[in-house]
Design a binder for this molecule. Structure first.
Ligand code: ADP
Length: 518
């Protein structure tokens, strides 16, 4: 049987080991006992304190006040008060004292005892608590093992839309949608395994009251004494508004850029268009002025041959003007979704031979030897005028950009489609410009000295795609260009372009390009 410890000894040990400082002084104020904790608080040893005056342990500025408290002890009063004591090196130490008078067996006052608490720690903890609590950012702590929330501040409650009591002890899966919770937990594990801060610049979180919010989160591992992660600290800033503002700013910038681009394009268009329109106008005016002058000078009508020449040249210029204007009108129709089509069964073989027959002379004049491979009776539901316009554009481009070289034109059936190919041996088109030439006003730089608005291929593409077909170019600089068109033989319900440009029922009687040789 172990020895029973006498009660006094138990008391002595408790007093010696308790977490509170214990200080006993006699009625003269001399210290008769100080436990280990008391010594620790003041940074002195128990031994050196015994026999000294308690008064000397009080910070000078608090001594006067403290004496009043001591006075109450001699009057037999217990009391709790705060007093600033003085550490060995003179550091002021705020303490909370619970003081009581001491009496001997006869009830004579023999001194006082005080239980002394160092309130600095508690104070700094309160200070930290209130700091964390009042931070505008969400702060949370999870235990490293189960990743359950053990701490959540006010900003966190506001953000998630749940109260602390609903959050503490829960994990992410109890609170957030599965996908988000999986992401959060995966990042937590990463932080704990790597023992390093992880910065998550953007992560969505579902708030109960505010919908989806975007957070910028930092996750920090909190290591225990053994160096193993004990907690995970998270600090998250709600950047939803910031993101929104940023997006809005980008939108405005893009809009401005769009406006500027449109303004630039419209300026460029006006310059090109007026230049293009002016050239045939000037030529026309000169022809007419010369004829008028001749008439005025000679007073006689010109010979039939001369008159024909003047009229031929003038008609050519009028044609050119008409085509330019028609192209511009087509673009405006395309933009407003009013380019309409009248589909009928057309023998494309006949249509192509007709067009090429019209171009026989100009092609000969341009030294373009024509190679023809036209399959017979390739019948397709198309808008005759519009498809003619496309072929005319391709042939007149050959005349403009690829003269003095042979030209091959073919038409064949290919998987329920008509395939038209126009292959020249001209300068070709650089790869990086091959998409550009199908855009509005898109021209390759090599054609700078050749008249044109850069609209023909744009309009052609719109027409072909409205038929459910495709147009493309295959080309290499110096090796000629091949334009390939695929057109479905049967009408398709799924035109490639905006449906509004495809009104198959509407008759198109308004004039489009006069498809005579350009
Ligand atoms: P435009 O001829 O009025 O410029 P297009 O839309 O018909 O307009 O053609 C766009 C551009 O494509 C031309 O400016 C030219 O640079 C290029 N291009 C078209 N056809 C050919 C071709 N056969 N060979 C070389 N370049 C061509």
């Amino acid at each position: 049987m172990p020895n029973q410890m006498p009660p006094l000894e138990i008391l002595r040990q408790i007093i010696a080991d308790t977490h509170e400082g214990v200080l006993v002084a006699d009625c003269d104020g001399k210290i008769t006992y100080a436990n280990k904790r008391m010594a620790d608080i003041l940074g002195r040893s128990s031994q050196e304190m015994i026999g000294t005056l308690a008064y000397d342990l009080i910070a000078p500025s608090s001594r006067e006040d403290w004496l009043k408290h001591v006075e109450l002890r001699s009057q037999g009063l217990k009391e709790e008060y705060e007093v600033v004591m003085s550490g060995k090196d003179g550091t002021p130490i705020l303490t909370a004292v619970s003081a009581m008078p001491l009496y001997d067996d006869q009830g004579n006052y023999i001194g006082s005892a005080g239980l002394v608490r160092d309130v600095r720690l508690a104070q700094s903890r309160t200070f930290l608590d209130s700091l964390i609590e009042n931070l505008p950012n969400m702060v949370f702590v999870k235990d490293a093992k189960n990743l359950r929330f053990v701490r959540f501040n006010k900003a966190g409650e506001d953000l998630v839309g749940l109260s602390r009591s609903e959050l503490l002890g829960k994990n992410d899966f109890d609170i957030f949608p599965k996908e988000q919770a999986t992401f959060f937990v995966q990042k937590d594990r990463e932080v704990l395994a790597g023992r390093e801060i992880v910065d998550i610049p953007e992560e969505p979180v579902e708030s109960r009251t505010k919908g989806t919010r975007i957070l910028h989160t930092k996750k920090i591992p909190v290591l225990g004494k053994d160096g193993k992660p004990e907690y995970l600290l998270g600090i998250a800033e709600d950047i939803t508004e910031q993101k929104r503002a940023e997006q809005e700013r980008l939108r405005i910038i893009r809009e401005q850029a769009g406006v500027e681009e449109r303004e630039r394009a419209s300026r460029e268009f006006l310059t090109i268009a007026s230049h293009e329109l002016k050239t045939p106008m000037t030529s026309l005016r000169i022809q007419l002025q010369m004829a008028i002058r001749n008439l005025a000078n000679t007073g006689k009508a010109p010979s039939a041959e001369k008159l024909r020449k003047v009229l031929d040249t003038s008609a050519l210029q009028v044609d050119r003007l008409t085509r330019l204007i028609e192209d511009l009108l087509d673009v405006s129709r395309i933009q407003s979704g009013k380019l309409s089509f009248h589909l009928e069964l057309v023998d494309l073989s006949v249509l192509m031979l007709d067009v090429l027959e019209r171009y026989r002379e100009p092609l000969e004049a341009a030294n373009c030897v024509l190679n023809l491979h036209i399959e017979e009776a390739v019948n397709a539901y198309v808008d005759r005028g519009r498809i003619e316009q496309v072929i005319v554009n391709l042939i007149s481009n050959v005349l403009k950009y690829a003269p003095e070289a042979p030209l091959s034109v073919s038409l064949s059936k290919f998987e329920q489609q008509a395939q038209i190919e126009v292959q020249d041996h001209g300068p070709g088109i650089e790869l990086n410009l091959q998409n550009r030439i199908f855009e509005r006003f898109g021209r390759a730089s090599s054609s700078r000295n050749i008249a044109g608005l850069g609209l023909g291929l744009f309009i052609s593409q719109q027409i072909v795609e409205a038929h459910g077909g495709k147009i493309r170019v295959e080309s290499e600089p110096g090796r000629g260009s091949k334009f390939v068109i695929l057109l479905p033989l049967k009408p398709t319900n799924q035109p490639m372009v905006n449906k509004s440009t495809y009104t198959a029922e509407t008759n198109v009687s308004e004039g489009y390009a006069n498809n005579s040789p350009r």
